[in-house]
Each structure stands twice: as structure tokens, then as C-alpha cells.
Design a protein around this ligand. Sequence first.
Ligand code: NI
Length: 172
Amino acid sequence: MSIRPLVILPDPLLRLVSDTVVNTDSTIKTLIEDMFETMYEAPGVGLAAVQIGVTQRIVTMDPARGDEEKAPLALINPEIIWSSDTTSEYEEGCLSIPEFYGVVTRPEKVGVRYIDLDGKAFEREMDGFAATIIQHEIDHLEGRLFIDHLSRLKRERVLKKFQKLARREGGE
Ligand code: NI
């Protein structure tokens, strides 16, 4: 297992639509192990493969908080199959947009369909924090970021900040 470097805003990779996983082979298994290690190290509660530069539809997450027992979950080709009319608000952050947070309103409950490493299909209901995480991560698979859910003013402000940082680090 290894910790992989995170893709940071405004890297155009973050805007790509990820590909459906066709074969859940050993490279996918290794990728998922690396995603968990990278996510826990950060630390973060969710990670999409594109955030370590792999544009495949894979998500790792762990909604456990505080001293709760770890609850790791890897989802391959996850999709939202229904969502509740009721909404909840969470202050979200993203490992690709370090140290920036914003309140996002999303459906409170969702139904998620996905496959595991054995290619076995699952459907599960998620609510609360887990529902927010999976919606945030599936957004990543579509090239969407949580800042897209904020006001245009806030989004442009954070974009400018990260563009400036990238230029500085690029030595331009
Ligand atoms: Ni994110």
C-alpha cells in the first residue's frame, strides 16, 4: 500500500468525468487499498479515485466520527438511484481544496447502487453524514466539486485563491 499525492484545485483532472470500471482486477484492489491509506492519512472521510489522478468510478469512504469504530466502505461504479425530498446541510470540505469549507444543502437520504471487488452488486440506503459523503464523492466522478453548490461569488473567490497558489508553486 502507498499514499498517493492528491490532485489539487485548479487541476483540470478534477473536471473530468470518470470511466466505468469494467474489470475489478488486482490493479483495482491495489488502487482501493491506496485510496484508503491516502484518505485516512490526510485525514479525510471520503475520496474519489480521480483525486489521486485515476479517472475511474471508484469511491472510498468512512463516515465514522470521533471515537466511533472505523467503517470503511469501497464502492465501484456507485450511482444514486433515489433521493429524499428532505434535505440536510453540512459544512463540507474536500481533500482537493485544502482548508476551505462551505455549507452545502443536499438530499438527506439516498439509495446507492454499486459493486464490490468481487463484482457483486449492492443497494444500500444512506442518510445523514454518509449520504452527504457519497453525494459529494459521486459528484467527483462527474467532474463536479462541492464549490459548484456554493454561490458564484464564493466559488470564484476560492478558485482565484487556488489559481494564485498553483502559479506560485509552479514558479511562474
Ligand atoms: Ni472532495
